[in-house]
Write a protein that binds this ligand. Structure first.
Ligand code: 3H9
Length: 682
């Protein structure tokens, strides 16, 4: 870490160089304080530009320090030091000014940003609130509603939007540093602006706080930081700067040590570690300069869109001209949807479509680097595709199959150069969902596997390596979720009670609502296949509903009834009758929300432990990422395995023992019992 001071005439340029993201470590805070003293003491200096080396401005406090006691100088003192300097400080922002980084910039007299920069206070995403004046200065600068949106949502905004809000004073297209030095020269000739801390907070309407609190609570779904951040901004608007700053700091320190903050930090680091698994260290992936997708259905079209969003040229192969047309129309529909939602312009959508070549000729793949097969989940159909690919593609092209349930070892049987073949499991819609399960076969070479991870990086997805078993990591756990949900119905709970309990736990949707949305037919089809393999999947009610044509929203009825054109679930007498028939003569009990969540989540932990024991997942954190990014497990609980650790494995084993003694779950597996035995008493 270095902080250097250079001089452009009377302008001092303080440059921070603390790779990778100029995080505000203790050493950097100390050095910044010293830079304030040095520049204040130098009579030839009329203004100070604060710039950063490397890819970004200050990206925030150093998250690695959050588990440890805070060491002075604390960031609020540094920000105040900059704000009180007699020479105006001007922040030159490129890359990201986030969290503590933006708070430092708010201490400056002015902020100049590169057009490509982004700014924000993402602290709530780490389970905390800004701790160095963010909630107290921001409303004074940009008004309360805009500050509330930025702080409670934790999202970043671009330089243009920041200029509109008055968060930055100038946006620069060309050389940022020289433009900021020029800006500083002019600024040093003018009287300094009033420090933000001395400005007043603009008034809001009488009902603003109660209205906003409701809206923030509804979005937070159990996450505490957004509401605590809102309380800080309210305090900023109702008390003086010093009282509000003290309240903010107290809230920050309280949350910094909270279980939610620990969980969110765990996810932060797990997400950053995921693209670089240690077992692939030093393995060089193959080049991906072009891609092809076989199959233009929902999944294939989503994958094409994701590849185009990442800038790759794509060939879309279908079996005949009509299917090619349908596939291209599916892709186009995705881009048009993005235009409608304002995510991309019509020009960009057209450019993305121009980069897709549709064809029924495998000959078009002669020079393609990476092929993703995404045809119907049928072994024979998939094998036929790979027979064609074996002939058509370069010997070093990486060939992948997108499958959720089939065995990639069987799909790739007989393939030429099987070392370049692997399985992928995209989640639907593939251009939106962040998770990508990467499934090597027995013969996949390390560089082909590394190419799967490189693909995930390119697509901005979270990659998790999964071993081969029915459902890989995510869908194998999902089967337990669903089976447990049905066990609950047979022992006294209702679909609505189960769904409400899982929402209260923090899931975006309950298991029955989710099945109605996706369709009950797909899982029924998979259960049929499992029974043919001699397995005994448990879904007595689900099977009966499918047999009477209740397959979800698409049939106007599944676990719930639906009015045509309305997706609101309505309680269904027909379903209650089916449940009562299947549950007859089974012992019934009353279930509260906590007991329902336990009866679903803890058996999932049990299954996940088996998955780890079998080596299907390599790390507990990988399972956390699968659950969060594939199935909506609440991020603030840190994922399934982090939740289990935080909850206590002994307690989990004892709940599972109770459930299994009544036939309501499997008993705890050996691995879970052993881990519980080794757990320190809490
Ligand atoms: C805060 O500021 C609280 C204050 O209000 C209160 C103060 C009192 N600390 O994401 P990348 C590492 S809370 C430490 O892959 P990108 C990261 O682990 C903070 N390390 O890069 C990774 O390390 P490795 C508010 C950090 O280019 C490497 O940098 N700020 C931090 O895709 C590269 O990261 C945030 O929440 C950090 N703060 O994206 C910002 N940030 O190479 C969080 C990153 O060893 N950071 N690292 O795996 C980000 O959003 C992205 O990292 C950023 C760059 C957009 C900056």
């Amino acid at each position: 870490m270095t902080v250097t001071i250079t001089y452009e005439g009377a302008i001092a340029v303080v440059t921070i160089d603390n790779p990778p993201v100029n995080a505000l470590s203790q050493a950097l805070r100390q050095a910044l304080m010293e830079a304030v003293f040095t520049t204040e003491a130098n009579e030839t200096v009329s203004a100070v530009v604060l710039a950063c080396a490397g890819r970004t401005f200050i990206a925030g406090a150093d998250v690695n320090e959050f588990g440890k006691p805070p060491v002075p100088p604390h960031l609020p003192e540094v920000v105040t030091g900059i704000e009180r300097a007699k020479k105006p400080w001007i922040a030159a922002i490129h890359g990201s000014a986030l969290g503590g980084g933006l708070e430092v910039a708010l201490g400056c007299a002015y902020r100049v940003a590169a057009a490509s920069a982004n700014l924000g206070l993402p602290e709530v995403k780490l389970g905390i609130v800004p701790g160095a004046g963010g909630t107290v200065r921001l409303p004074r600068l940009i008004g309360v509603p805009a500050a509330v949106e930025l702080v409670t949502g934790g999202n970043t905004i671009g330089a243009g939007k920041a200029r509109e809000l008055g968060l930055v004073d100038a946006v620069v297209e060309g050389d940022l540093l020289s433009a900021t030095v020029g800006f500083a020269r002019e600024a040093s000739q003018r009287p300094q602006p009033q420090p933000i801390s001395e400005r007043s907070v603009p008034m809001v309407e009488d009902d603003f706080w109660s209205r906003t609190e409701k809206a923030v609570a509804a979005k937070a779904r159990g996450e505490v930081a957004p509401l605590r951040a809102l309380a800080c901004i309210q305090m900023a608007s109702e008390a003086d700067f010093f009282t509000a700053s003290a309240f903010e700091r107290e809230t920050f320190l309280d949350l910094r040590g909270s279980a939610q903050a620990a969980a969110l930090r765990h996810v932060f680091f797990a997400e950053r570690a995921a693209p670089r698994p240690p077992e692939l260290a030093g393995v060089v992936p193959r080049h991906i300069r072009s891609a092809a997708v076989i199959g233009g259905g929902t999944m294939g079209a989503g994958i094409v869109a994701a590849l185009r969003d990442a800038g790759l040229p794509v060939v879309l192969v279908e079996r005949d001209a009509a299917a090619v047309e349908r596939g291209l129309a599916n892709v186009n529909q995705i881009f048009q949807g993005s235009v409608k939602r304002g995510r991309i312009s019509a020009d960009v959508a057209a450019e993305r479509m121009r980069g897709v070549i549709g064809t029924d000729d495998y000959g078009a793949l002669a020079d393609t680097d990476l092929v993703i097969e995404a045809v119907f989940e049928d072994l024979a159909v998939k094998r036929a595709v790979f027979a064609q690919l074996s002939k058509a593609c370069r010997a070093d092209a990486v060939l992948t199959t997108n499958t959720s349930y089939l065995d990639p070892d069987e799909i790739g049987e007989g393939l030429a150069q099987p070392e370049r073949f692997l399985g992928l499991h995209f989640f639907s819609p593939a251009h939106v969902m962040k998770l990508l399960e990467i499934v090597p076969t027995e013969t996949t070479a390390p560089d082909a596997l590394a190419t799967g991870f490189a693909l995930a990086r390119l697509l901005g997805k979270i990659p998790v390596r999964a071993g081969i078993c029915d459902g890989f990591v995510g869908n194998r756990i999902l089967k337990v979720t669903r089976a447990q949900a049905e066990r609950l119905l047979l022992s006294g709970a209702t679909p609505a009670a189960v769904d409400a309990a899982m929402r209260a736990f923090g899931m975006p949707m309950g298991p029955f609502e989710a099945q109605d949305l996706g369709g009950l037919d797909i899982a029924a089809f998979q259960r049929k296949a499992a029974r043919e393999r001699g397995e005994t999947p448990f879904a007595p009610v689900g099977d009966l509903l499918v047999s009477i044509g209740r397959i979800g929203q698409k049939s106007n009825g599944g676990w719930y009834d639906y009015q045509p054109g309305d997706r609101t679930p309505q309680l269904s007498n027909a379903v209650a009758t089916v449940i009562a028939e299947v549950a007859a003569r089974r012992p019934q009990q009353t279930w509260d929300k906590t007991a329902i969540a336990d009866a679903i989540i803890l058996p999932m932990v049990n299954e996940a432990t088996r998955i780890l024991e079998e080596g299907i997942a390599l790390r507990a954190a990988d399972i956390d990422l699968v659950e969060i990014h594939g199935y909506g497990f609440p991020r603030w609980r840190g994922g399934l395995m982090h939740y289990a650790q935080a909850r206590g494995l002994r307690e989990i084993v004892s709940v599972l023992d109770r459930l299994s003694s009544k036939g309501l779950s499997d008993p705890a597996c050996d691995g879970l019992r052993q881990a519980a035995d080794q757990e320190h008493p809490s």
